[in-house]
Structures are given as structure tokens and as C-alpha cells.
Design a protein around this ligand. Structure first.
Ligand code: AMP
Length: 366
């Protein structure tokens, strides 16, 4: 894997960092950059991007518009991205002009579920059983080997449950294969997990590493409902989760925040579901419950600054505000929590509109 370009010196306050993508993660990254005295330039192909409201400069252009990309890269001293489906071409193009972190190699790996799973296996990490499938015959044969229930996932462009289907029968595999329009996929064993967790960690340009306490995550309709820290993980499992994140980050020669999503099995094993090469929804509580949030940590890492303390000073429950729930913003504002609204004008079913974090006294120091 090609190593990402490193900065020759830290990006000084007053300078500009670039963010590819203008969603809520870009918005919170831009806010964190501003707090450190850095300016954010956000590039997005949607004109009402949530991050545009809070940044120093923005470019509204397509990801294949090389003139706009060159202008953007020329204005930035360091560049990052807030979503992993950034077209690889756009990532390589800007990476030739300014240091891009995480690098194009980490991005390419996490854009392909099969490459990502093979990489995890090569590190000796445990994942659900999986098989690559590239034809209906292979899908049927893989289902025969893995058994029911299984999950068919397209190799590319899946998120929040999109591009995946739970499979109960051989006919079900064929039906899902047709819906996915023959897209190269993996068939994975369905894990009857005890709960889900994630580990959010940062690696600096010098290889320094920090990790947050791993939250327990609850999904509804494939969308994160809430994250809670501390999680029910034992101290040994927390240490193991941090080791997993470190192996992944070192293996990718990574700079920035990354997230490893985990299934915690009933017998206590930690299986890696997937890697997100970015800040993560399950880490939003770090804004209000930690000394240095995941967003600030990411800005520090990509700007070549020292990493900050991931220490948690409170217990926290982060609840997403989804779709029509945002209509209750006044009531939410009255409730005792830190309210974050993303400025999205249109409320759609399943769309993340904001989140609220409720804090309590810190009960466990893991
Ligand atoms: P993913 O897009 O792979 O992160 O999957 C989204 C969600 O679907 C996960 O957070 C789980 O709740 C569920 N899921 C995905 N893969 C599996 C699996 N192999 N077994 C059980 N649940 C799964």
C-alpha cells in the first residue's frame, strides 16, 4: 500500500485545511478546526451542504471537476475527507497537490469490503466468516457453505445498511443478487451478537496513537440510534479493542481518526465488522464528554499537531435525531442535554438531522 504523504512541518494556526465532503461530519470537523485557529475549506458536490454554513471557504463542484479540485488543493496546506466514498480519482488528484490524510491507500482499501476484510484477516484479526462472490453460481455456492442466516453485502458503496441484505434461503440469495444488479459482493455469516461496539482511535503523523473508550452502539433500521459510554465491555475487552485499532492504524500507516466497528459475541469475542477511515457517528459524544473530541483529534492528526488527550470526564449517552424527530427541536432544546443540529433543511426518513448527548458522573475509568 502506498504511504500517505506526510507534512514537513505542522500546519500553523491561521492556515487552511481542506475537507472533501460537506455533511455533518465535515461541519463538526470545520468547527473543531476553527477552535484551533485553523480555517476550513470544504469541497462538496451538493449546494446546501451542512458544512458550508460554518467554514471559511467552500467549493460547490463535482468530484470530477479537475479545475475546481486544483483550485481547492492549491488553497489548502493539508487535506482530509469526511466520507469514504470520495471518488478515488479525486482523492489521488488532490493528494498530488497537498498532503492528503488519511492517504489514498487507506481510502481505497476501505472502499472495497473484500479488500478490507482480507486486510483484517492478514493482521490476524477476527471477522465474521465471509466469501467473495462475483456470480449467481458463486452466491449460491457461498450460501451453501456459510449457511443461514447470512448477509449479502456489495463490495462497494454500502453504508447505513444500503447495499446489504439478510439472507435466509438459497432463493433469497438469488433475489438479493438480482436487486444488487450483479454487483461484486461478499456473503458473510450473520452474527448473533450480544451487542455492537466501536473503537475510535487516532494515529498521528509521527505514529503516536490514542484511543477513546469504546461505546456500545444500538442500531435501528440499520441506522445508529444511540451510543453509550462506558459500554458493558470488560477492561480486558477494552484493551483488546484498543489493540485492534492500533494494529489497523499501524497496518495502514495511518494519520487521522479511524473507527473500527465491532460485534461482541455472546462468548465475548470481538469480531471486526468494518473500518471507517474517518470520524464516526458513534464518537459524537466525545465533543461533550472528552477533553479533546474525535473531531479536534482528527484535525490535530492531519495538521501534524501533537495528538490530544482522549480522556473522558463523564459518562455519556448520545442519541441521534433522525428524520421527523427534528421537528421537536424546541422540546429537545428544553431537555437536559447538549443539542447539536446539523442545519439540514429537508427532513427525510432515516436522515440524521442532529444528535443530543446526555452526560452523567463518570462511573468507570477504563
Ligand atoms: P455495515 O454497513 O456492514 O456496517 O452494517 C450495518 C449494520 O448491519 C451493522 O452495524 C449491524 O447492525 C448489521 N450487520 C451487518 N453485518 C452483519 C452481520 N454479519 N451479522 C449481523 N449483523 C450485521
Amino acid at each position: 500500500m502506498s504511504a500517505a504523504k506526510r507534512l514537513s512541518r505542522p500546519v500553523a494556526p491561521g492556515s487552511t485545511i481542506g475537507i472533501l465532503g460537506g455533511g455533518q461530519l465535515g461541519r463538526m470537523l470545520a468547527l473543531a478546526a476553527a477552535r484551533l485557529g485553523l480555517k476550513a475549506h470544504v469541497y462538496c458536490d451538493e449546494d446546501d451542504a451542512p458544512a458550508f454554513d460554518v467554514c471559511h471557504a467552500h467549493t460547490f463542484a463535482r468530484y470530477d471537476d479537475e479545475r475546481s479540485l486544483a483550485h481547492f488543493a492549491g488553497a489548502c496546506e493539508a487535506i482530509t475527507f469526511e466520507f469514504e466514498n470520495v471518488p478515488a480519482q479525486a482523492a489521488s488528484f488532490v493528494a498530488e497537490r497537498a498532503p492528503l490524510n488519511p492517504g489514498a491507500g487507506a481510502l481505497a482499501l476501505t472502499q472495497d469490503r473484500l479488500a478490507e476484510k482480507n486486510f483484517l484477516v492478514s493482521l490476524g484479526l477476527q471477522t465474521p466468516a465471509f466469501t467473495a462472490v462475483s456470480s449467481p453460481e458463486e452466491a449460491r455456492a457461498a450460501f451453501g457453505a456459510i449457511g443461514a442466516p447470512a448477509v449479502l453485502k456489495t463490495r462497494r458503496f454500502g453504508y447505513d445498511g444500503k447495499g446489504q441484505a439478510k439472507i435466509a434461503s438459497a432463493d433469497g440469495v438469488m433475489a438479493a443478487w438480482t436487486v444488487f444488479e450483479d454487483a461484486p459482493s461478499i456473503l458473510e455469516a450473520f452474527v448473533d451478537f450480544e451487542f455492537e461496539a466501536s473503537i475510535i482511535a487516532a494515529r498521528g503523523q509521527d505514529g503516536d496513537f490514542v484511543a477513546y473508550d469504546p461505546p456500545q452502539n444500538v442500531h435501528e433500521n440499520h441506522v445508529l440510534r444511540r451510543s453509550r459510554v462506558p459500554s458493558p465491555l470488560s477492561a480486558a475487552q477494552v484493551a483488546q479493542a484498543k489493540t485492534i485499532a492500533r494494529r489497523v492504524a499501524d497496518g495502514l500507516d495511518y494519520a487521522g481518526v479511524l473507527t473500527v466497528e465491532l460485534f461482541v459475541t455472546k462468548d465475548g469475542a470481538l469480531l471486526v465488522n468494518e473500518i471507517a477511515p474517518r470520524v464516526h457517528n458513534s464518537g459524537h459524544w466525545t465533543i461533550d464528554a472528552c477533553l479533546v473530541s474525535q473531531f479536534e483529534q482528527h484535525i490535530r492528526a492531519i495538521a501534524g499537531w501533537p495528538l490530544g488527550s482522549p480522556e473522558r470526564h463523564a459518562d455519556a449517552v448520545m442519541e441521534n435525531i433522525i428524520g421527523e424527530e427534528a421537528a421537536d427541536w424546541h422540546k429537545l432544546a428544553e431537555s437536559c442535554g447538549a443539542l447539536h443540529l446539523y442545519g439540514k433543511k429537508v427532513r427525510r426518513t432515516g436522515r440524521k438531522m442532529g444528535h443530543i448527548t446526555r452526560l452523567g458522573p463518570k462511573t468507570a475509568a477504563r
